[in-house]
Design a protein around this ligand. Structure first.
Ligand code: ZN
Length: 127
């Protein structure tokens, strides 16, 4: 999860260095939060309610990564099966082939899901 703030001067969203799971956590410490805009270098006293959460960039790539892991695992498994004779063992290995795709994708889906939930929770709760 990335936390961003819209700069008062240049209106660009810049990534803030402080992190919290929700706005309440920022509010809890009660300190003034001063962060520098990475575009125009203006130092701003952040308004907690104007901090917005976004999904991390990894969300876009994690399914591609899952697919790559599956393909590599499939390649390795297929190569080791081939030496024993694919036709004889194909039924036995179909379960393994299934797992090769299901496991990385379900892990990826879980990670994306919890990231989306975290973003939603942050953006829903104002202080
Ligand atoms: Zn700025």
């Amino acid at each position: 999860m990335i936390l961003e703030y819209k700069c008062n001067s240049c209106n660009q969203y810049f990534k803030i260095k402080n992190s919290a799971k929700d706005r309440g956590e920022f509010n809890f410490y009660g300190n003034e939060m001063i962060e520098e805009c990475s575009f125009c270098s203006l130092e701003e006293n952040l308004d907690i309610n104007k901090i917005v959460a976004k999904e991390g960039k990894w969300v876009k790539y994690i399914y591609i990564l899952a697919l790559l892991i599956s393909l590599i695992a499939l390649y390795i498994t297929f190569n080791s099966v081939t030496s024993e004779g694919v036709k004889i063992h194909l039924r036995r290995y179909s379960f393994v082939f299934g797992l090769i795709f299901v496991v990385p994708f379900s892990i990826a889906a879980n990670l994306v899901n919890s990231e989306k939930k975290a973003v939603k929770r942050f953006n829903r709760y104002y202080v």
